[in-house]
Design a protein around this ligand. Structure first.
Ligand SMILES: Cc1cc2nc3c(=O)[nH]c(=O)nc-3n(C[C@H](O)[C@H](O)[C@H](O)COP(=O)(O)OP(=O)(O)OC[C@H]3O[C@@H](n4cnc5c(N)ncnc54)[C@H](O)[C@@H]3O)c2cc1C
Length: 382
């Protein structure tokens, strides 16, 4: 079959590679260059972890990890750094308790640490006596831009064609065929996969997709002393603070200092094509103030900062579905600020669906568009 993939970020680059790998005629469209910084999949690091309060996500990560290892092997470069992960918060936090249950149900190893034990093993962290941590050794980070580039390189090796700097203007169906209108003209396909991230709603205005893009900010702060405390050799794991809703990384080996960010949704973006303002001063201050209490050896100098987009669904579930009145058009989106670690799996699942392979073993009904419409109707009824 001749199959197009529209949007080559994390999900689309993986989908293109799988479509090509399955032996189909794969053609990718990307409105910017591969690895650009205007969407959601750029940068040095994205957390990868099994630690989710929702067991389906934990189970799906078992599938995703295998695919990342395969990609890394095939690409012959480091894409995943397994430096361990700390998931911490108040001892009675229901999220921590649910995460522990998910790990037990999925039969994955972990340790429960109190504040003193965290200090002993990971001396850069300061936890309070009312806090607890789950340590999971398989957590770490993915080198995001490199993952996208590796997928594209390998997709091409398997025969895919990539049109960079080519914006798709319209996707429509006529007589069971799908047509793509872009600056290259009109092109006919058997199937089209759309993985356009924050631009999904622009391409499917009439579908009223349950997606809200938000502007997110990340900051790197310098290390004042004890550089060794912040290294990705197991001393400084990736971390998520469930109370203050922040997360962060060890030194990634490329940018000085360490990266921290708030996970809560930023400002809603009404025009995804508009130029985005640089990181706000008050955001920097909030990050510095958090770092002072949590990481006494960090400094307050910003070594790097960047903005990025979350594409959020109301419950942070993904959308994985085909379009109702266009059955040859397949969608994946709604990665909701936690989806990079899943992109390789989402890319494989949508490539399987688009090639009539129903072999993915898990029940993904909750990711169908109709589930979101039920949630939204419930909200409007309440
Ligand atoms: C600051 C930040 C931190 C994050 N941290 C984590 C983390 O630690 N762990 C984690 O797992 N996830 C994390 N995420 C989430 C994760 O990065 C995203 O969910 C994921 O990258 C989304 O990938 P995507 O392929 O769906 O979208 P995108 O990466 O946005 O890709 C969509 C692509 O489609 C292209 N496109 C759109 N419209 C068109 C068109 N009309 N024609 C051609 N091309 C088009 C765009 O240019 C873009 O390249 C984070 C996100 C942000 C912003």
């Amino acid at each position: 079959m001749k199959i197009a993939v529209v949007g080559l970020g994390g999900t689309g680059s993986a989908a293109l590679r799988f479509v090509a790998h399955f032996g189909h005629n794969a053609i990718g469209y990307e409105q910017f260059h591969i690895g650009h910084a205007h969407g959601s999949s750029h940068g040095e690091s994205r957390i990868i972890r099994y630690t989710y309060p929702d067991v389906l996500f934990t189970q799906m990560m078992s599938d995703a990890y295998k695919l990342w290892f395969e990609l890394e092997k095939e690409a012959e470069e480091e894409l995943l750094v397994q430096c361990g992960g700390l998931y911490f918060g108040d001892s009675n936090d229901p999220q921590i308790l649910a995460t522990e249950r998910s790990l037990i149900e999925a039969n994955l190893p972990f340790e429960r640490l109190n504040a003193e034990q965290v200090k002993e093993k990971h001396p850069a962290f300061h936890l309070y006596s009312n806090e607890t941590a789950i340590y999971q050794k398989d957590s770490g980070f993915l080198r995001a831009t490199r993952c996208v580039e590796a997928n594209i390189r390998l997709a091409k090796k398997h025969g895919a064609i990539v049109h960079e700097n080519t914006k798709v203007q319209e996707i429509y169906t006529k007589n069971n065929k799908v047509f793509i209108q872009s600056s290259l003209g009109e092109e006919e396909y058997d199937r089209v996969i759309v993985t356009a991230g924050p631009w999904m709603s622009t391409l499917f205005k009439s579908l009223n997709l349950p997606l809200v893009p938000t502007r997110q900010q990340i900051v790197y702060l310098n290390i004042n002393d004890h550089e060794g405390y912040f290294q990705a050799n197991g001393t400084f794991p990736v971390w998520i603070d469930t109370t203050d809703n922040l997360y962060g990384f060890p030194n990634d080996g490329h940018i000085a200092g360490i990266k921290l960010a708030f996970h809560h949704c930023g400002q809603v973006i009404t025009d995804v094509d508009a130029e985005r303002a640089p990181v706000d001063e008050n955001y920097l201050e909030e990050i510095r103030s958090y770092a002072r209490k949590r990481f006494p050896n960090l400094g307050s100098d910003v070594t790097f900062s960047q903005t990025c987009i979350y594409t959020n669904t109301p419950n942070a579930d993904f959308i994985i579905d085909r379009v109702n009145n266009q059955p040859n058009v397949f969608l994946v989106s709604g990665c909701s600020g936690h989806g990079f670690k899943f992109t390789i799996l989402l890319g494989k699942i949508i490539a399987m669906m688009a090639t009539d392979d129903n072999g993915y073993e898990r029940n993904l009904d909750r990711f169908k568009l109709s589930s979101f419409h039920k949630i939204l109707n419930k909200f409007s009824d309440d």
